[in-house]
Design a protein around this ligand. Structure first.
Ligand code: NAD
Length: 336
């Protein structure tokens, strides 16, 4: 088997704990890999770098094309631009893909949830263009470009086609933001009509969409959104299937891909060894599929499904008592 070179970014808070666990599981399942471990976030500053996203880390992802990343802490209100925003913009990782599904053994209010959130990752209100117009009045600019709107719409339809998904729903607020959300909507509509008329397509104003999402989440198949809506709705959807500990994610561009859980650095539980590593392990499974190691991916998925179904070795967020390492050990023991 070819040896893969993969950039590993432990990150901050619970990041090092969950990346260590995910790395152990991937290796135990048979991944032949050379990890190129590099810092980002507060850790990078502690190590003497002058940016939360050091040029070395960025260059390594450009060179190796794939990274597995733990969460990083983003200071609120001042200081550095978020690592995640920088990564997505500098590497043009324009599509965030987040599968949200019920897991065996994880009891939730809803059954039958199996949706994929596709979030535009590079613009919207995350453009970081803010201005003080006059003292006491500030603006944040929401940017939408036809190129980015078309690119993400095409990505979502192509993804749906490849994965045998039937329907794309766009959440929007084009009734109010007629130009920016209007462009997003028109781009999706055009890709549907011109290129993928076989995929069912619907548009829902986001406020009503959120209500529908918690009334009948099983009706959602692929959910396409601009940046901020995608961010907020991802956490909402995570809550429907057991929380942030069980939702993986990927940030995909044409030249590189970064795989990471939806959750953040969880400072409230950092260093306690209790974080659930499953979301990052699942992100690792997405990464394995991306690098065409489907067999290893399947082995890991079967193993964690078995551990969850058994229900004896769950982390606290899923109602259990074990810690990060013990959960990873249980997944490794369940590998066949
Ligand atoms: P968070 O996702 O870190 O935590 C929210 C809640 O979920 C907390 O109660 C936390 O304990 C719990 N939680 C999160 N992950 C968990 C896990 N794996 N197992 C068990 N419980 C888990 O969100 P936050 O507190 O709003 O953000 C903390 C920091 O993380 C902020 O600096 C934020 O900017 C950053 N953040 C980073 C990323 C990323 O790097 N991709 C994503 C989101 C937030």
């Amino acid at each position: 088997m070819a040896k893969h070179s993969i950039v590993l970014i432990p990150g901050d808070g619970i990041g090092p704990e969950v990346t260590r666990a995910a790395r152990r599981v991937l290796e135990a399942a048979g991944l032949s890999v050379e990890w190129v471990e590099l810092p980002a976030g507060a850790t990078a500053i502690e190590q003497g770098f002058d940016n939360v996203l050091p040029e070395r880390t960025l260059a390594a992802i450009r060179a190796h094309k794939v990274a597995l990343k733990g969460p990083v802490t983003t200071p609120i209100g001042k200081g550095f631009t978020s690592v995640n925003v920088q990564l997505r913009k500098k590497l043009n990782l324009y599509a965030a893909v987040r599968p949200v599904r019920n897991l065996p053994g994880v009891k939730t209010r809803f059954d039958g949830i199996d949706m994929v959130i596709v979030r535009e990752n590079t613009e919207g209100l995350y453009s970081g263009i803010e201005n003080e117009v006059v003292p006491g009045v500030v603006t944040s600019l929401k940017v939408a470009s036809e190129v980015a709107c078309t690119r993400i719409a095409r990505y979502a339809f192509r993804y749906a086609t490849k994965r045998g998904r039937k329907k794309i729903t766009v959440f929007h607020k084009a009734n109010i933001m007629k130009m920016s959300d209007g462009l997003f909507l028109n781009s999706a509509r055009r890709i549907h009509e011109d290129e993928y008329p076989n995929i069912e397509y619907e548009e829902t104003i986001i406020d009503a969409g959120c209500m529908k999402l918690v009334q009948k989440p099983e009706n959602i198949d692929v959910l396409l959104m601009e940046n901020l809506y995608g961010d907020v709705v991802s956490d909402l959807a995570a809550g429907l299937v057991g929380g942030l500990g069980v939702v993986p994610g990927s940030n995909i561009g044409d030249d590189a891909a970064v795989f990471e859980a939806v959750h953040g650095s969880a400072p409230d539980i950092a260093g306690k060894g209790v974080a659930n590593p499953l979301a990052l392990i699942m992100s690792g499974v997405m990464m394995l599929n991306h690098i065409h190691e489907e067999e290893i991916a399947k082995r890991i998925r079967t193993a964690y499904d078995r551990v969850l179904t058994e229900g004896k070795t769950l982390t606290r967020d899923l109602g259990g008592t074990v810690g990060t390492d013990a959960f990873a050990d249980a997944v490794i023991a369940a590998l066949t």
